[in-house]
Design a protein around this ligand. Structure first.
Ligand SMILES: *Cc1c(COP(=O)(O)O)cnc(C)c1O
Length: 386
């Protein structure tokens, strides 16, 4: 039996890894897991019900981005959306060139798609970031060549929370006639994003990062952007992403997007306050600590800190014993290197880097959770430093 089951109350501070599905989302999905099970491509009534539910979710999601419903394509999540955007744009425009620009701190769904393309003969420029994890728009500008076909830079970083200058990069991409994709898996439903305001051509999101179900996401593809099919088969998603639709999942994502949009301003304000409270409390109560990422251009719920002379993995185990779920960096890196590549790229000194803890909040997080987490951090760091 794990320590969590023993103790009862769990303080969940790993919302960047995944979020708890909300009750309303589950309720919206339930009928589609039971009586409304029809395949959306069939002719009878059951199918029509599913079809309508699908298009309602598409419309809701489009609305949150100020996009057209026809620009939203459902996928199995963030990784698929990223793979589709990067690989298929690269393939479609290979006659123009085989050069792609990205950053060194992207999610592995982007980095490994780029690595794969390199094996196929593409060239990829991986841009450095500054000490705050920020990509410089000037560096993007300088990296653009005649044969560049795609720029892919994330909206908000999953480990250190930095919000990238997506608007400026998008403007440069437009000016230079290069397509621009952004991995907004962490940012969508956390901060307002309008594709009328932001010059982005493609955007990835994933439902389980905003209190929706796992295994469903979408790719926004601006009207007029030529992109080949990612999954070949039937005519679902205009033939671009074949396979019987995950109706319940899509309905759940639509509901989660609707709830996030409705509570956006208040949620952002509340989470930012709580986040700053957590950061300040740590900095005041625990010596020899660094805050990673940008102080203000930051996802509302992200706190990433590095404690000097502490082994991060040991600290996470001790936190877990107190019922606190935190993370060392990205959930996708478990078991790999001790120090995350993102933390390395920010240039965090080694005696700090190994003691990195990420705590990510959500609308379910309360002030008492923060107080308990800091108490546990303080006590366990004292133990480890002794
Ligand atoms: C979680 C995450 C992904 C992957 O999304 P999945 O839906 O889990 O495949 C991609 N990019 C970022 C920035 C993420 O945080």
């Amino acid at each position: 039996m794990s320590s969590i089951e023993n103790k009862g109350k769990v303080i969940y501070l790993d919302n960047a890894a995944t979020t708890k599905m909300s009750e309303e989302v589950k309720e919206a999905m339930d009928p589609y897991l039971e009586e409304k099970f029809g395949n959306a491509s069939t002719m009878y009534g059951y199918g029509e019900t599913s079809r309508q539910a699908l298009e309602k979710a598409r419309k809701t999601i489009a609305g949150t981005l100020e996009a057209k419903p026809s620009e939203i394509f459902f996928t199995s999540g963030g990784s698929e959306s990223d793979n589709w955007a990067v690989k298929c744009i690269a393939g479609e425009y290979k006659h123009k060139g085989k050069h792609i620009i990205t950053s060194k701190i992207e999610h592995h769904a982007i980095l490994n798609s780029c690595k794969y393309l390199e094996e196929l003969g593409y060239e990829v420029t991986y841009l450095d970031v500054d000490e705050y994890g920020m990509v410089s728009p000037e560096a993007v500008y300088r990296a653009i060549r005649e044969d560049t076909t795609l720029i892919t830079i994330m909206f908000g970083n999953n480990e250190v929370g930095t919000i990238e200058p997506v608007f400026s990069i998008g403007k440069i991409a437009r000016e230079k006639d290069v397509l621009f994709h952004t991995d907004a898996v962490q940012a969508y439903a956390q901060v307002p994003i309008s594709v009328r305001h932001y010059p982005v051509d493609l955007l990835s999101a994933s439902a389980h990062k905003f209190h929706g179900p796992k295994g469903v996401g979408f790719l926004y593809i601006r009207e007029g952007v030529q992109i080949p099919s990612f999954i070949h088969g039937g005519s679902q998603e205009k033939g671009k992403r074949a396979g019987t639709e995950n109706i319940a999942g899509i309905v759940g994502m639509g509901k989660a997007a609707e709830l996030a949009a409705k509570g956006m301003r208040a949620g952002m304000y509340r989470e930012t306050m709580l986040r700053n409270y957590l950061i300040e409390k740590i900095v005041h109560e625990i010596p020899d600590v660094r805050v990673n990422g940008h102080r203000t251009k930051r996802l509302p719920g992200n706190v990433s800190v590095s404690f000097k002379g502490v082994d991060g993995a040991s600290l996470l185990i001790l936190l877990d014993e107190d019922g606190i779920c935190a993370s060392g960096g990205s959930a996708c890196n478990t078991g790999e290197s001790r120090i995350s590549y993102v933390i390395k790229e920010l240039g965090v000194p080694e005696d700090y880097a190994a003691g990195t803890v990420r705590m990510t909040l959500s609308r379910d997080t309360g002030r008492s959770d923060i107080d308990a987490a800091v108490e546990s951090l303080k006590r366990n760091i004292d133990r480890l430093r002794d």
